[in-house]
Design a binder for this molecule. Structure first.
Ligand SMILES: [Zn+2]
Ligand SMILES: [Zn+2]
Length: 553
């Protein structure tokens, strides 16, 4: 049989975030591609000034777009579908998603300016369908958002299980548990390769259940003396439902604070995931409810500075305030990189006399990813010949691989951009495809390798001095040089104005230049740049960025 099955991650391997995987069928001259997930990563302010979002570089897919059969989204987490609205217009290929994912993507699109409608084919949970030559079957898995799916790809060369994000939770508050029967059936049918979630591979045992979290939340809300605010990922509909049930038991009303939360709740109601759950209120009601009759459900669990909780913690929210004796529950865990921002919010709340409860002391959050005993169950059921760990940093990937080998599976380690032949034969890396990162900078997309952000970092470290000189064609200064400084200390340790030091360096450097060189603007500019840099560095032990403009009159 002709051709082969290949796989390449363009993001999500060696990192947590920005998941984008491609599968190819055919021979190396002409392959048809299936794209699984188009996710985003979040930049923290300190690392990449001015950048909020990081996307996988899809230049390879843009080149190959005529050969792409479609995009399948496993679930609606940002690290799996968050780059769709920005990147899909470059590909314009069919999109396949389950109803909740499709509805949330559409709701998000409507909240953004100028994004075209996406041609989404809605696929039923657990269904089997074709995308070009790919025969795909969805396997429902428990996770931390409704409708998370693993994919079974059946090809003439063998079957692949792409797990997506999953965990085992026999009692999820919402949606079906992981479909063990279907996974065992795949094991009986034969699974050539499992490509799987490694996020929690370093953690022993099993994750607690969403139901355990729901119990703790109920207890904390029923016993709270005054107001309660709960913050969680807006997309965690099971958690929202658990808070709603707790509020009902405590005879409290739910007030929703934050746009992302409103959006998810609207979509969850529309798709039936909050059926039977009492109606929630808008923020306008908050001020009229007695303190022991309210639960505020807030966005901002990751410390996002513009989200509801950050503004409440700074006492800057127009409608919602907390005060001494109120209780805030972080039903979440910091994504690495967000700890400082979350810490600022917690401290702000504590300074207001608010009691803060986190998962350090109470079971108010569980991860949506499998720990070791769950990974063992999965491999035991599916019995893959080879396991390829993805969705994790190096440590997570290597722990996942070690576990798989203990269970007798082969393993293949890969990195973003590796092209792996999955079949026929045992998987091996055969080539590389272009992969990398793109930054969303304001409304523009820029290559991570471009100088923009590196320059911005440099400027933030040591400021800038700009110098302007007017010279005539005989090489004489026509006026006093102009020196402007941004982000430079005002004076030296001895109290000398730094502006004077820069100015004197300009004049002295110019005066010492031989007459002939003074008529060459490039040469003058370079000499002055060096002169100013050296003079300021002598007093500062740091080198400023210096720009020199020469005007020949
Ligand atoms: Zn997820
Ligand atoms: Zn994920």
């Amino acid at each position: 049989m002709a051709g082969e099955l290949v796989f390449a991650p363009l993001g999500g391997v060696g990192e947590i975030g920005m998941n984008l995987a491609i599968y190819g069928l055919g021979d190396q001259r002409r392959r048809t591609w299936l794209v699984v997930d188009v996710g985003v990563s979040f930049a923290s302010e300190e690392n990449l000034p001015g950048i909020d979002l990081i996307f996988p570089d899809i230049r390879y897919l843009v080149e190959e777009r005529r050969n792409i059969a479609g995009i399948v989204l496993t679930h609606a987490h940002e690290d799996h579908y968050g780059a769709m609205l920005d990147l899909w217009p470059k590909l314009k290929v069919p999109v396949y998603a389950t109803p909740f994912t499709a509805a949330l993507l559409e709701a998000k699109r409507q909240g953004e300016y100028g994004v075209p409608e996406l041609p989404i084919t809605k696929i039923a949970l657990g269904s089997r369908f074709n995308v070009g030559p790919f025969d795909i079957e969805l396997v429902s898995v428990a996770h931390s958002i409704p409708e998370s799916n693993a994919l079974i790809l059946r090809t003439p060369h063998g079957n692949v299980l792409h797990t997506g994000d999953w965990k085992l939770d026999p009692t999820p508050v919402l949606g079906p548990p992981t479909d063990e029967a279907k996974l065992r059936a795949l094991g009986a049918e034969g699974c050539h390769v499992l490509i799987g979630d490694s996020t929690n591979a370093v953690r022993e045992g099993r994750s607690p259940s969403e139901s355990d979290v729901a119990k703790t939340l109920t207890e904390l809300i029923v016993k709270a003396p005054r107001r309660v605010a709960v913050t969680t990922f807006a997309s965690n509909v099971a958690r929202i439902k658990a808070v709603a049930i707790a509020a009902l038991q405590a005879e409290r009303e739910i007030v929703v604070v934050g746009r992302a939360m409103d959006r998810v709740i609207a979509v969850a109601r529309e798709t039936g995931y909050l059926e039977g759950v009492q109606p929630f209120h808008g923020m306008d009601v908050y001020g009229h409810l007695p303190p022991d009759k309210v639960v505020a459900l807030c966005t901002g669990s990751q410390g996002e500075p513009r989200a509801a909780l950050a503004r409440i913690a700074q006492d800057e929210h127009p409608e919602v305030a907390l005060s001494k004796g109120d209780r805030v529950i972080f039903s979440s865990r910091p994504i690495p990189g967000n700890e400082k921002a979350i810490g600022r919010i917690i401290n702000g709340l504590i300074d207001q006399g608010v009691e803060v409860i986190t998962d350090r002391t109470h079971l108010v959050h569980v991860s949506g990813h499998p720990r070791q005993a769950e990974l063992e169950d999965m491999i035991g059921w599916v019995k893959p010949r080879t396991v390829i760990p993805v969705h994790g940093e190096s440590l997570h990937l290597s722990e996942h691989a070690a576990l798989a080998r203990r269970l007798g599976a082969r393993t293949q380690m890969i990195r973003n951009g590796d092209l792996v032949r999955l079949a026929p034969g045992d998987p091996e890396i055969i080539d590389e495809v272009p992969a990398g990162r793109i930054y969303k900078d304001g409304s523009l997309l820029i290559q991570a390798e471009s100088r923009t952000v590196a320059d911005r970092k440099r400027l933030s470290f040591s400021g800038v001095i700009s110098v302007a000189l007017a010279i005539n064609d005989k090489g004489q200064l026509l006026a006093d040089p102009e020196v402007e400084m941004i982000g430079i200390p005002d004076s030296t340790a001895d109290g000398m104005p730094m502006g004077d030091i820069a100015y004197n360096a300009v004049v002295e450097t110019f005066d010492t230049l031989p007459k002939a060189r003074r008529r060459d603007p490039d040469s003058v500019a370079e000499a002055i740049r060096r002169g100013v840099r050296a003079a300021v560095a002598q007093h500062w032990r740091k080198k400023p960025n210096v720009t020199v403009h020469i005007l020949i009159v």
